[in-house]
Write a protein that binds this ligand. Structure first.
Ligand SMILES: [Zn+2]
Length: 529
């Protein structure tokens, strides 16, 4: 006779399948109910038994997976932060505590294991567990100042990466006969690999150039002329330089349909500039779509196409693969739909490296919403509005009295939105190179048209003061090639848009009475995508 447990198990699996098959068309309450059920199973069967870190955390806080009945219960799990994953002298291999290591004895005792062994043989079951749990792939975070944190994937995770990637293609309305050029750098970073798995899973021709560092801007341009792509995907700053150089060289590139951006913010201004450049190459009306993702999520999300005069409708999420919460960055309290706050992510099907309630440090302006998308009609959770990184709020000593917190997210938007500004770089340094003196902000600019320099300087100063509390101490104008060199286009994995050249120590090695955690060249990059 079939036991109650068997029926309960079958019921749970059917619910899980419903969430996966109908990921883009379920109403809010159903999504939340099914997510809560999947979370409970995931914690009970996968995370708590096999994660050293969370087993200990659940034990310490008296938590049990079966107590998780609704999504509100998620709030009982303490946050995991970036700092928790970074190695310290006492814990030189900290990220290892977050890797799932299955206990063969626990697995062997499960009725489902016994049943599968009877049906398919022990070797087959062993192989299945290997595919599920054995790490075979890795990406890492890209922070230049901190040690990169490795994130491991099993075959099971690569399956999910492909699923999430194919969904990016669907959301962006890709077509199978498109030709793509993947201009993300070849590196063990999410951006390149999610694009690779996305295109192979969706089934579309893709050429990876490795970005600027492998082939240079010229090499990318040559391939664009050969391949005649429908889609370019890469970091906005790099795509901008490739298209700008194409315009300078009088190259035609007709037939571009989408520019898909990842790894950096995509301000409305930079989208407009990219659209204009594509039009000058012979491709009017391209869709410029942004994606969002991070190493710890092992996936990325995209915007769907929207009318040129309209607004993007946000990042379309996959409710079966993870849960986003938006929390008050100061108190950590979960906020209602539509309110701005910090993004917190919990996966629902990861193996390999697993972090729960991960605080991204990214602040979403319009919050999380569940209403049907006004452009594509899908009913899935979406993240609305600009994303700012809390790591890009830097402390600066602008006057003798006190430090000022400067939001570089906002400065970047001001510059990207300024119509006469092409490429730019913000440099922070010490006045007279004296480590104890005030900080100064220098703006390096390549101007786009023949606007006189003094007029543009006045205009930029007033734009800065309108939207922020600071203005640059100096604005320096450069030619296109010079600014490319300063930014490291074609030589670095990621262009240096914000460069912090303040020394961290005095000449005799004492730490400065510093007000900033930044190190030289720490332009606060997180994982691309
Ligand atoms: Zn949509």
């Amino acid at each position: 006779m079939r036991s109650r447990r068997w029926f309960a198990e079958r019921n749970a699996l059917m619910k899980q399948a419903q969430l996966t098959h109908h990921w883009s068309q379920l109403p809010r309450e159903t999504v939340r109910r099914l997510q809560a059920a999947k979370l409970r199973r995931y914690l009970r069967d996968v995370v708590v038994p096999f994660s050293a870190h969370y087993r200990e955390m659940f034990h310490q806080h008296g938590l049990e997976a079966d107590q998780f009945r609704s999504l509100e219960d998620l709030e009982r799990i303490p946050f995991t932060t970036k700092a928790d994953l970074v190695n310290t002298p006492e814990h030189p291999q900290r990220s290892r505590d977050y890797i799932l290591i299955p206990d063969p004895q626990v697995l062997a005792r499960r009725p489902s294991t016994v049943l599968r062994a009877l049906l398919n043989g022990r070797e087959s079951v062993k192989r299945q567990f290997e595919l599920e749990f054995r790490p075979i792939f890795m990406t890492s975070t890209t922070g230049r100042s901190a040690d990169p944190v490795p994130f491991l994937y099993s075959q099971h995770d690569l399956g999910n990466l492909a699923t999430a990637g194919a969904r990016v293609m669907q959301i962006c309305a890709a077509e199978h006969d498109f030709r793509l050029i993947n201009m993300f750098p070849y590196a063990p970073h999410l951006a390149f690999w999610v694009t690779h798995y996305a295109s192979t899973a969706f089934g579309v021709f893709t050429l990876g150039t490795g970005g600027g560092k492998v082939m240079g801007t010229d090499g990318n341009l040559r391939l664009m002329q050969k391949i005649k792509p429908d889609v370019l995907i890469g970091m906005p700053t790099f795509l901008y330089h490739v298209l700008q150089q194409a315009v300078e060289q009088g190259v035609r590139c007709e037939g571009l349909k989408r520019l898909v951006l990842g790894g950096e913010k995509a301000a409305e201004g930079i989208r407009r500039k990219l659209r204009n450049l594509a039009a000058r190459l012979g491709s009017p009306n391209v869709d410029v779509l942004a994606t969002y993702g991070f190493t710890e999520a092992k996936m990325a999300w995209a915007e769907c196409p929207y009318p040129e005069e309209g607004q993007p409708s946000g990042y379309h999420l996959y409710p079966d693969l993870g849960i986003f919460e938006v929390v008050d960055a100061k108190t950590g309290v979960v906020l209602p739909d539509g309110e701005p706050g910090e993004l917190v992510f919990t996966p629902l099907d990861h193996r390999g490296s697993v972090v729960l309630r991960y605080r991204t440090g990214d602040v979403i302006e319009g919050g999380l919403i569940h209403e049907p998308c006004p452009h594509c009609g899908r009913t899935l959770p979406r993240l609305i509005g600009k994303i700012s990184r809390s790591s890009e709020i830097k402390s600066m000593q602008i006057d003798k009295l006190k430090g000022t917190l400067v939001d570089f997210n906002e400065l970047e938007h001001v510059l990207d939105d300024a119509p006469s500004v092409g490429a730019w770089q913000l440099e922070i340094r010490k006045l007279n190179d004296d480590p104890l003196d005030l900080d100064e902000l220098i703006l390096h600019v390549h101007k786009l048209n023949d606007a006189p320099e003094d007029k543009l300087t006045r205009e930029l100063n007033s734009r800065f003061l309108e939207r922020t509390e600071v203005r640059p101490n100096r604005i320096v104008f450069h030619g296109a090639d010079a600014i490319r060199e300063m930014l490291g286009v074609g030589t670095l994995l990621k262009e240096l848009k914000v460069v912090d050249r303040r020394p961290q120590k005095t000449a005799d090695g004492r730490p400065l009475p510093a007000i900033s955690p930044a190190t030289p060249n720490s332009e606060s990059v997180e994982a691309p995508l």
